[in-house]
Write a protein that binds this ligand. Sequence first.
Ligand SMILES: [Zn+2]
Length: 188
Amino acid sequence: MGSTETSRGKNILIDAGFMFTFHAFSADSTKRCWRCVICSCQCRVPDVNDVIVNRLGHHTHGSDAARVEVAKIKANTKSRALDTMELQSEIHNQAVRFTGQSVQGQMSSISATKTLIQRAWAQNEAPLPTLTDLALVVVPDQYKFYHPSPDVDKLFLLGDSGQVDPNRVMIFGRATIATGSKIWIAFS
Ligand SMILES: [Zn+2]
């Protein structure tokens, strides 16, 4: 049997491709009873010291290896966010890099992964990661533009050699100043 946890830290027991959440202790407190995560399914498994001792009922649905894999990836993403202080985009890329297409189809988008990571950081009061690699920076749209008036968007990120560039250069500024100025400010 395997185990993982949900994004909110709830333990999940994995048995033969099915997922179970903790339901209750037995009356004599010697066993834990786990129930299938599918609400309409009556399947239950008791365990003693992490060893399944019985399987009660039959699943009313097929097993879903991809869903199990997604749950594991999410739990792994969360623990990496807390353990390593890596940047969110890099954690997400690592999380989905080695998964098959059926898993990727179910895996959340990068914004959902960021939410997961930020929730993990907030819950654990982890410090924000220190920026060490410019190649990993994803510039949010609100920093790419400025607004001389409320309904006008003007580029503020004037140049970016891109995440693929190991010596990445980003230039921020107003185009009108940049073209007429002898002084440039760039991050590299
Ligand atoms: Zn079931």
